[in-house]
Design a protein around this ligand. Structure first.
Ligand code: GLU
Length: 285
């Protein structure tokens, strides 16, 4: 089967070196095998996504010389697909509406912590259908009923990870994750799982920071009857202080490097080699 990989940034800022590293790895994996490399814009967060950042992503990838195949897919254009999948889970009785505010959750949550912060304490899981009906007009998210979901699937659930080998999916630490937000008919977990399957992605290349999220994605695949890609969770780039590179900590945006006269060919070669002779002595973790 031909490899299909993807780069799936959220257009909430300009790309920095960490993004470039991920994009190079996803691109090269597909190209080395004569496969396809897709670009997907994860723009479900309408308050944080900007058109200028979408344009910036495409500009930065072109500057790096990373060509993608086919049209750019935008999650904001696929909301009916996610809504239909949510309806399926509703019919299966595996999701419930949640009326809690962020502050309420933070106040009541205890350990464990999932990849999205403290695991939800399950407050709204106990609401009756009558209470749902009474509050139907109030803003609400939809959460996965984790124990009901786990009871529905054949276990063990596993995935193949080039970094970690065969991994046993254990989504328990993530709790009852949000599948549809108050402000969007999907969430990161839900959209990414549905899109990877819909786009025929065979190999998911992404940072190790999303490793824990894969436990949830594997469960969602089982519930929705979707195939499981191979996962390549790569180390994150770190600065000289050993901390993960992030824009908020001053990681240089690719646009800034370009403006400063950086050579994209040398930059991509350095990323491929795992060395970065530019910036503040940044090295692959
Ligand atoms: N959109 C996510 C991000 O920018 C990445 C999604 C993924 O690769 O699964 O962090």
């Amino acid at each position: 089967m031909a490899i299909v990989s993807r780069f799936a940034p959220s257009p909430t800022g300009r790309l920095h070196l960490g993004h470039a590293y991920s994009a190079v790895r996803a691109h090269d994996l597909a190209r080395a095998a004569g496969g396809r490399f897709l670009l997907r814009i994860e723009d479900i967060d309408a308050t944080r996504s900007r058109e200028s950042f979408v344009a910036g992503i495409e500009e930065d990838l072109r500057w790096l010389g990373l060509a993608w195949d086919g049209p750019v897919v935008r999650q904001s254009a696929r909301l009916p697909l996610y809504a239909a999948a949510l309806e399926r889970l509703k019919t299966m009785g595996l999701v419930y509406p949640c009326f809690c505010t962020r502050a309420e959750i933070a106040a009541s949550a205890t350990a464990p912590h999932g990849s999205d912060g403290p695991a939800y304490p399950g407050t709204c899981r106990a609401l009756s259908p009558d209470e749902h009906a009474a509050r139907a007009d109030a803003p609400h998210a939809w959460r996965l009923d984790l124990s009901a979901a786990l009871a529905r699937v054949d276990r063990p659930l596993t995935w193949r990870d080039t970094a970690a080998g065969t991994v046993m999916a254990d989504p328990a630490a993530q709790g009852d994750v949000v599948l549809a937000r108050k402000d969007a008919p999907t969430s990161y977990h839900f959209a990414v799982t549905i899109d990877d399957a819909a786009q025929g992605v065979t190999d998911v290349v992404r940072g190790a920071d999303l490793f824990e999220a894969t436990h949830v994605h594997r469960l969602l695949q089982a519930l929705l009857g979707l195939p499981t890609p191979i996962y390549h969770h790569h180390p994150l780039l770190t600065g000289t202080d050993g901390r993960r590179l992030a824009k908020r900590d001053g990681a240089p945006a690719l646009a800034e490097l370009r403006a400063g006269g950086a050579d994209p060919v040398a930059l991509v070669a350095a990323l491929r080699a795992g060395t970065l002779p530019i910036g503040a002595g940044i090295a692959a973790a």
